[in-house]
Design a protein around this ligand. Structure first.
Ligand code: FPP
Length: 246
C-alpha cells in the first residue's frame, strides 16, 4: 500500500512546524561547502509544501534562520540571505497558483533590506490565499519572541491600557509573533538531533515531537507522510488521562 494511503485524512495536524537541520552535514558528505547544502534544502521545502497542501495541513512553519545563525561566518550568512531572496522570488508565483499564503515571523528588521523587501512583496502578493499558510521564521528565536511580547505588555501596563491581573495565556499569545495562529500539533526536526534549539518554545507545549534521521536536503514527500503516520499513532492527551475504551 502506498504510504499516503495509510494516512487518515480525518486526523491531519492543523499546524506542522519544521526545524530543517543537516544541510551542512549533507554538503560535507559530498565534499562541498555548507551553502551547497542550503541550496539543495530549497527542493525539500518545495516538496514539503506540496505534500502539506495536498493533505490539508493549514499551517506549515519553517525555521529558516535563527537569531543565533547571525554568528555563522559572514560568507554563509550572506549566501543564505541571497538564497532566501532567490527562493522567495522563484517560488512565489507557484505558491500563489496553489492557494498558499506566505507569512514571516522573527526580527525582520534585522534582515538585509533586499530580503525584507522581497518578503514584503511576496506576503502582499499571497495575502488573499487561504489553502495553506507557510510561515518562515527568520532571525527568530523563541526567547527573543517572549521577551518582545513581555516588553509590549509592560508598555501597555505602564500606559494604563492593561492591568497586571488581566494578563493570561491569551494576552501573552496575542503579543507573540504567532498571534492568531494555532499552536503546532507536530514538530519535526530532521538529521537526528534531539533538540528544540529555541524554536516556538511556548507554542509547542503539547506538540508531538518527531526526529527523523534524514538530513534536510534529502527530505521528500515520503518523509512528510511518515511523520504524519507517526503523529496519527500517538495518543494526544494534553495532560489529561486516557479516554476510557468501550
Ligand atoms: C540548518 O542546517 C539549516 C539552516 C540554518 C538553513 C535552512 C534554510 C534553507 C533550507 C533555505 C530555504 C528556506 C526557505 C523557507 C525558502 P545546518 O546548516 O545547521 O546543518 P548542520 O547541522 O548539518 O551543520
Amino acid at each position: 500500500m502506498d504510504l499516503k494511503d495509510q494516512i487518515n485524512l480525518e486526523n491531519i495536524p492543523r499546524h506542522v512546524a519544521i526545524i530543517m537541520d543537516g544541510n551542512g552535514r549533507w554538503a560535507r558528505q559530498r565534499g562541498k561547502d555548507r551553502n551547497f547544502g542550503h541550496e539543495h534544502g530549497v527542493e525539500a521545502v518545495r516538496e514539503t509544501v506540496k505534500a502539506a497542501a495536498d493533505l490539508g495541513v493549514e499551517y506549515l512553519t519553517f525555521f529558516a534562520f535563527s537569531t543565533e545563525n547571525w554568528e555563522r561566518p559572514k560568507v554563509e550568512v550572506d549566501s543564505l540571505m541571497e538564497l532566501l531572496v532567490r527562493a522567495i522570488r522563484n517560488e512565489t508565483p507557484e505558491l500563489n497558483e496553489n492557494g498558499v499564503r506566505l507569512q514571516a515571523i522573527g526580527d525582520l528588521e534585522a534582515l538585509p533590506k533586499k530580503c525584507r523587501q522581497e518578503l514584503k512583496e511576496a506576503m502582499a502578493m499571497t495575502a488573499h490565499n487561504s489553502k495553506l499558510t507557510v510561515m518562515v521564521a527568520l532571525s527568530y528565536s523563541s526567547r527573543w519572541e517572549i521577551l518582545e511580547a513581555t516588553k509590549k505588555i509592560a508598555g501597555k501596563i505602564s500606559s494604563g491600557e492593561l492591568k497586571p491581573e488581566e494578563i493570561d495565556s491569551l494576552v501573552l499569545e496575542n503579543h507573540m509573533e504567532t498571534a492568531g495562529i494555532p499552536d503546532p500539533d507536530l514538530l519535526i526536526r530532521t538529521s537526528g538531533e534531539l533538540r528544540i534549539s529555541n524554536f516556538l518554545l511556548w507554542q509547542i507545549a503539547y506538540a508531538e515531537l518527531y526526529f527523523p534521521k534524514v538530513l534536510w536536503p534529502d527530505f521528500r514527500k515520503k518523509h512528510f507522510y511518515e511523520a504524519i503516520i507517526e503523529f496519527q499513532k500517538r495518543e494526544r492527551r494534553f495532560g489529561r488521562i486516557p479516554q476510557p475504551q468501550f
